[in-house]
Write a protein that binds this ligand. Structure first.
Ligand SMILES: *Cc1c(COP(=O)(O)O)cnc(C)c1O
Length: 387
């Protein structure tokens, strides 16, 4: 699809940035004037404000969400010799984080309705070496905190949350980041809170984890030129922190918009259930922050997903697939020893899911246009069948 033919894009960040453009430019200009580009004041300010907004004690900014996971696991003393449970249908960065921390990833299948990690399946994979579980709050919906805490207590495991898609999400009275020992966030531009480049953060209530994280992101230094562990260089950029600090006050409102958009999609998609099209289920009401709005196109549907995606593109509607290949089938990870068929739910879902346009500012009429477009594609197929 060439750019001019796009009527409804998959994401539109301009809608977020234009109304606060002057503010954002001033924040960037202030960093340039101060010249404090590494671990400048905006980093500490944003760490404090993001932690406070999330109800966490400490926030440690890093260069990306991937580093927040890789270094965060190390800060929690999870690494070599430890097995870590994670959903197989996550973005590959969760897996990369586990591998970089030196731990052994143990994939778990997902629930077909919510696409979240299946804790009953996870229970069967616990061994004496299992140290932690990484719930990925996929698409913006938290894994049930009550069930997670119960699971972790039963098997004596740490919970390390991958909250890269779930800034400020809530469920069962818990906020994201408050369930586990620590939680990793990404500020990749299109995340619910995104910078003008890469960025990430670890939230934790544990002072030891926080202190170790502060060292790990800064060459393992306990103080300048005194290195107590093998750290790396992974700091949240001051310029990014300044942008994120300006955007943070709008995050709750933007999440609210996303949830309303999803509610409208849910309502308007209802009649398409009989055609085999249903949304991934929301079990957390307004606590779901809808990083993505994902539908399933059942095998009973007369059109294949690819056809629906192509026809939507012809109509100027951009969609995505998150994610088309589960982690265990990615070429880079064949050495982990998994086979096709090992995770039937995740493998089936990967073939059925389609992410619809979702961003704050997507209008009510645009939502209707997306759903009508899908309906018109399906009704054409019915006519063909009738001939
Ligand atoms: C985006 C994302 C990450 C990685 O974040 P980056 O900032 O891109 O490194 C990790 N896990 C999940 C689930 C994500 O969506």
């Amino acid at each position: 699809m060439n750019k001019s033919s796009i009527k409804i894009p998959f994401v539109n960040l301009n809608l977020q940035h234009q109304p606060i453009q002057i503010q954002l430019e001033q924040a960037i200009q202030a960093v340039v004037s101060q010249g404090n580009f590494i671990l400048g004041q905006a980093v500490a300010d944003f760490e404090r404000e993001f932690a406070a907004a999330s109800g966490a004690k400490y926030g440690i900014g890093v260069a990306s969400g991937t580093d927040a996971i890789a270094l965060g696991l190390q800060a929690c003393n999870i690494g070599s010799g430890d097995e870590v449970l994670l959903p197989v249908n996550t973005f590959v960065a969760t897996l990369i984080g586990v591998l970089q921390a030196g731990a052994k990833p143990i994939f778990v299948d997902c629930d077909r309705q919510t696409a979240l990690i299946d804790l009953a399946a996870a229970a069967k994979l616990v061994t004496p070496k299992t140290k932690a579980i990484i719930p990925v709050h996929l698409y913006g919906q938290m894994v049930s905190p009550i069930k997670l805490l119960d699971f972790a207590q039963t098997y004596n495991l740490l919970i390390f949350e991958d909250a890269a898609q779930a800034h400020l999400a809530a469920r069962e009275g818990y906020f994201v980041g408050s369930v586990g020992i620590a939680a990793a966030f990404s500020f990749y531009p299109s995340k619910n809170l995104g910078g003008f480049g890469d960025g990430g953060m670890l939230l934790t209530r544990d002072p030891d984890v926080a202190q170790k994280m502060v060292r790990l992101r800064n060459y393992g230094a306990a103080q300048k030129y005194f290195h107590v562990e093998v750290g790396t260089n992974s700091r949240l950029d001051t310029l990014q922190a300044a942008v994120l600090l300006e955007k943070l006050p709008y995050l709750a409102k933007w999440n609210c918009d996303r949830n309303h958009i999803a509610q409208q999609y849910d309502r308007e998609l209802l009649p398409l259930a009989s055609f085999g099209i249903t949304p991934i289920e929301n079990h957390s009401d307004v606590g779901h922050v809808y990083h993505l709005y994902v539908i399933k196109i059942d095998d009973s549907c007369t059109f294949a997903r690819q056809q629906i995606q192509d026809k939507l593109a012809e109509l100027g509607i951009q969609t995505g697939i998150h994610y088309p290949i589960p982690c265990h089938l990615q070429p880079a990870f064949t050495h982990l020893g998994y086979q096709p068929g090992d995770f039937p739910q995740a493998e089936a879902l990967a073939k059925q899911i389609l992410s619809l346009p979702m961003y704050p500012g997507l209008s009510s009429s645009e939502i209707t246009e997306v759903v009508s477009a899908i309906a018109s594609i399906l009704s054409n197929s019915q006519q063909l069948l009738c001939l």
